[in-house]
Design a binder for this molecule. Structure first.
Ligand SMILES: Cc1cc2nc3c(=O)[nH]c(=O)nc-3n(C[C@H](O)[C@H](O)[C@H](O)COP(=O)(O)O)c2cc1C
Length: 422
């Protein structure tokens, strides 16, 4: 199975990643990877760190003459900020008592991590648990996307909402919610959403087609990676307000994959299911707190006759079979069903706050303290959307290679064509 491992600290020399079992003969487009890395660093609401770093991939092995060789791929992403942390992050220099951190920040790995490993300096936990590691994941996802492009599989992601900006439902009563639900169309076809429906639906699931040309352009031109400009200004105002208050905000993200053939994943064992793998890939991203496939939470509010996507056949469609709705998010019984794979997830607010709002305790003395301040983002939802897209690409790539396996691209192409043409 395709797998990867990452190593590296937030303020160390950099990140090292190894990808194992990646096939030979795939032409590596370095620019494509660096653009994704750049996108992970951008977005309205990011902190000062992103002005220091301009992430670039440097291959150490597994790529030669522009093509993957079939050997483990390893790469390095440098932390420019290391220059400012040399003293504190040195591999040998003893750590001074004054620089040690003993007050865990609520919402971080600090508390459990330092107790679990018996550490007397929380920096040893926070350096590795930091979302700096997501740069590696984005590069891995981009490499997977490059492979899958050969088979017409494409990925996209967007931010549906940030905090409560534009989401009236967060404040309205249950009966008002019911009224809104009654007014919604019986069945929704991907890509046919009107922006007026967004406030309710963004709360539950996406329903938006990220591959629609206008939507794609909107996302590209938005500092928040939002598909509808309607929410942009309101949202920026909210982020500015949070910044002024020394507070933070989370949001909803969606990612999609189109062109995925029928039959990736399996119903035969629990850990062979594509949706389960996607959920783990995405849930393991720092600050992601929910993963929904297709209609997700909304399915609980629908009748069976509304929820399930009827099957149709037309010779002119790519493989003949098609659906008019995609509440299943392209996955049924743990397998891709040929429709768009669609995932929505929630990111919690960044847990490091710029004002001492949160109570904590000194782990050494038991003394009550306020959580310490470490340079941080106000909102990283746009950046996280790229990480989510990358995690989705990795999961789909794992199952694609499992189904069409082969050590080189040509062999995979033969297997793929033999399957889709049958
Ligand atoms: C792209 C991205 C950027 C993040 N930036 C920060 C940050 O600047 N400050 C911070 O405290 N947390 C940040 N986080 C979130 C924390 O890393 C995360 O909440 C923490 O490691 C605890 O993990 P958990 O939320 O999954 O439990 C970021 C997350 C992502 C995905």
């Amino acid at each position: 199975m395709l797998r990867f491992l990452t190593a590296g600290e937030s303020h160390g020399k950099g990140l090292v990643t190894i990808i194992d079992n990646f096939p030979a003969g795939v032409k590596i487009d370095e620019d494509f990877i660096n653009v994704k890395l750049r996108l992970r660093q951008s977005g309205y609401g990011r902190g000062a760190r992103q002005k220091i770093e301009t992430d670039k991939i440097e291959f150490l092995s597994g790529v030669r003459g522009g093509l993957t060789t079939g050997s483990p791929i390893s790469f390095f992403i440098k932390n420019k900020d290391y220059e400012n942390w040399r003293d504190r992050m040195d591999a040998y220099k003893p750590v001074s008592e004054e620089s040690k951190i003993h007050t865990p920040r609520p919402g971080h790995a600090d508390f459990a991590g330092s107790i679990k490993f018996g550490l007397d300096d929380i920096r040893n936990v926070l350096e590795r648990s930091s979302a700096r590691e997501t740069a590696s994941r984005v590069a891995v996802g981009a490499i997977c996307q490059i492979l899958l492009k050969n088979f017409g599989i494409e990925f996209a992601s967007a931010v549906l909402s940030i905090g409560w900006a534009g989401i009236e439902t967060a404040e309205i009563s249950a009966s008002e919610k019911e009224k809104q639900a009654e007014n919604r169309p019986e069945k929704k076809v991907q890509g046919e959403k009107k922006s007026s429906e967004l406030s309710y639906d963004a709360y539950f699931s996406s329903g938006v087609n990220l591959f629609d040309e206008i939507i794609m352009r909107n996302i590209e031109n938005s500092e928040l990676r939002m598909p509808y400009n309607k929410l942009e200004e309101k949202t920026k105002e909210l982020i500015d307000k949070m910044k002024a208050e020394g507070d933070t905000v989370g949001g909803l993200i969606t990612a999609q994959a189109k062109g995925v053939p029928v039959g990736l994943g399996s119903f035969t064992q629990w850990d062979e299911k594509l949706d389960a793998h996607i959920a783990m890939s995405i849930m393991s991203i720092q600050a992601i707190k929910s993963v929904e496939i297709g209609a997700g939470v909304k399915s609980a509010y629908l009748k069976g006759s509304e929820c399930h996507d009827s099957i149709y056949y037309k010779k002119e469609e790519s493989d003949g079979f098609y659906r008019k709705t995609d509440n299943a998010g392209g996955i049924e019984g743990g397998m891709s069903n040929g429709e768009m794979i669609s995932v929505t997830c929630a990111m919690k607010p960044i847990p490091t706050l710029m004002k001492p709002y949160l109570d904590t305790v000194d782990l050494k003395t038991g003394e009550a303290k306020k959580a310490f301040l470490e340079r941080s983002d106000v909102c990283a939802v746009p950046a996280a959307s790229i990480v989510v897209e990358s995690a989705l690409a990795f999961s789909i790539c794992c199952f694609f290679l499992k189904k069409f396996g082969g050590d080189g691209l040509d062999e995979i192409k033969r297997n793929y064509e033999g399957y889709v043409k049958k």
